[in-house]
Ligand binder design. Structure first.
Ligand SMILES: CC(C)(COP(=O)(O)OP(=O)(O)OC[C@H]1O[C@@H](n2cnc3c(N)ncnc32)[C@H](O)[C@@H]1O)[C@@H](O)C(=O)NCCC(=O)NCCS
Ligand SMILES: Nc1ncnc2c1ncn2[C@@H]1O[C@H](COP(=O)(O)OP(=O)(O)OP(=O)(O)O)[C@@H](O)[C@H]1O
Length: 283
């Protein structure tokens, strides 16, 4: 999501962290059925012990990912927005900030030491080499934070976590962890118009940004689920609600969860054995 633009949709919840969850896991481990009336009351994502999976949501620049993610958030889903993480890891004092200044010079800094996103954006969207350089600095840091946030949701027992990863199909690295992939699509003319309007860009600059990513049509072919956001927002919202219901009912496992629980049980058993064997007096 572009930071400075107001949302055209009602009640945008400002994220307090990278995670945009507004729902807690249900102590009952079940979820009320999704009905039109309950769409925007908070319906928490359910907790079923031992089961969790990751959903990778992506799309093209300005195709509507952040707008869609807000609906998932309103439905109570655990959501992580990678663009927000990307902003966090380049703050002054963080290793990526220092490395960006080393690589791009102080001209990419504002007076207060923050990264000048407009200047850096103009540089990298027009020069593939510099874009790859920036990616090589930021992506490892983004990845670490993303893992941490996902793990927190995992410990809290969420059934699934939706990660908004703009470059999911370009970098491919995280694909293997995604049980489902979702592409937010819109036709090219609509994407261009929305991007130019939202970011106040010339046609040429907007096209350069679109070209910095894989064509949306290719992403559509690679995805498990496609949400078509070319038309009225209400049509998109309905598709999101239906997909949410589908994901809620899918029974898929993240083996990591069982692995961690087994590991913890093993450590506790070992400690118990050591304590009873060495510390407690023999009868
Ligand atoms: C270049 C930067 C400074 C521009 O900042 P700006 O505030 O104008 O845009 P914002 O961060 O909101 O990103 C908007 C969209 O641009 C696209 N985008 C961002 N970075 C890239 C990139 N390296 N390559 C292709 N597309 C990108 C994504 O679709 C993203 O959703 C910023 O995007 C950045 O630091 N990018 C590098 C980190 C990154 O790769 N982020 C994408 C998440 S994987
Ligand atoms: N169905 C729609 N009808 C009209 N405008 C829309 C619709 N969907 C999204 N928009 C507008 O299009 C712009 C892009 O949407 P959004 O910010 O959600 O895209 P994004 O994919 O998250 O962008 P980015 O890649 O920059 O993070 C925003 O100004 C948003 O308000």
């Amino acid at each position: 999501m572009h930071a400075s633009m107001p949302s055209p949709f009602p009640a945008e919840a400002k994220p307090v962290s990278f995670r945009r969850s507004c729902g807690e896991p249900s102590p009952l481990g079940s979820l009320a059925p999704v009905t039109p009336d309950s769409w925007f009351s908070i319906s928490p994502t359910s907790l079923l012990p031992g089961k969790m999976f990751l959903v990778g949501l992506t799309g093209g620049i300005a195709s509507g990912k952040s707008s869609v993610i807000q609906v998932f958030q309103q439905l109570g889903c655990a959501v992580i927005d990678v663009d927000i993480i990307a902003r966090h890891v380049v703050q002054p004092g963080y290793p990526a900030h220092r490395r960006i200044v080393e690589a791009f010079g102080t001209e990419v800094l504002l007076e207060n030491g923050d990264i000048d996103r407009k200047v850096l954006g103009d540089l990298i969207f027009n020069q593939p080499d510099r874009r790859h350089l920036l990616n090589s600095i930021t992506h490892p840091e983004i990845c670490k934070e993303m893992m941490k946030e996902t793990f927190k949701y995992f410990l809290r027992g969420y059934r699934y976590v939706i990660l908004d990863i703009p470059l999911l199909f370009e970098t491919k690295k995280l694909l293997k962890y995604m049980k489902h992939t979702v592409v937010v699509y819109c036709d090219r003319d609509t994407q261009l118009t929305r991007l130019m309007r939202r970011n106040n860009l010339s046609r040429e600059d907007a096209e350069a940004r679109i070209k910095a990513q894989l064509p949306l049509k290719d992403k559509v072919r690679m995805a498990h689920h496609v949400l078509d956001n070319s038309g009225e927002w209400s049509v998109t919202k309905r598709q999101v609600v239906l997909l949410h219901a589908e994901l809620e009912h899918s029974l898929e496992y993240l083996p990591l969860r069982l692995g961690v629980l087994t590991g913890l049980a093993g450590i506790v058993s070992l400690l118990y054995l050591l304590l009873t064997h060495y510390l407690l007096p023999s009868p």
